[in-house]
Design a protein around this ligand. Sequence first.
Ligand SMILES: [Zn+2]
Length: 250
Amino acid sequence: MNLQLAYSDAYLATTDARVVAVEGGDGAALVVLDRTVFYPGGGGQPADAGTLLRTADGRSWTVVSARKSSGEIVHELSGEDDPPAVGDIVKVDIDWPRRFRLMRTHTALHALCGVVWRDYGAQVTGGNMEPGAGRMDFEFERMSGDLVDEIEAKVNDELAAAREVRVNVLPRDEAFAIPDLIRTKINLLPPGIEEVRTIEIVGLDLQADGGTHVANTREVGQIRVTGYESKGRINKRIRIELQDPHHPHS
Ligand SMILES: [Zn+2]
């Protein structure tokens, strides 16, 4: 199994690695490395993009996406011609500004979940994000447009409180004993999974989660609630975006 560094250190943007497998197919070469900093996508967070650079001759390849296949992280190159060879040593880089924006967005969505659960008792049912913007769906019968400003202010207060964000890996039984995790559908995890990775915004939110997050809520900055949609009597969708003081629309 390749060493998947994003799960233990979300701030690693680069590593050296050795190519262990290369496959063609559908116009894109697929490369497996012995270690990688790429996040393969999942839990609503898109996969990283980036580059591989061969140490021996400086040749580089664009990685357009990554995914998990049979437990390994596979890097999809932009083309299939002349890919690196098994045994090559490459410098692996992710598009860090994009990833860091995803980490901020992802952490903001956890803060939103935490506030909506704590203050309104509504469970999250799903979510999705792109760099700088995301949405979450809740079982939130009494959500209304009137609550948008209130929720936005509460989330921003929590982000400004500089709460620590912790990653833990727990044995399955231990994780299943934590009542807070049940609300985020931990019970849907496949039976074969023996360890559960959790993300905790200390004092606010605890979820089983495979994604990448910032280490402190102050790194998120502030958010804006940009939309609210009713997806039925009970199911409501809340959209947010990062509010960058210098680039309000980026
Ligand atoms: Zn997360």
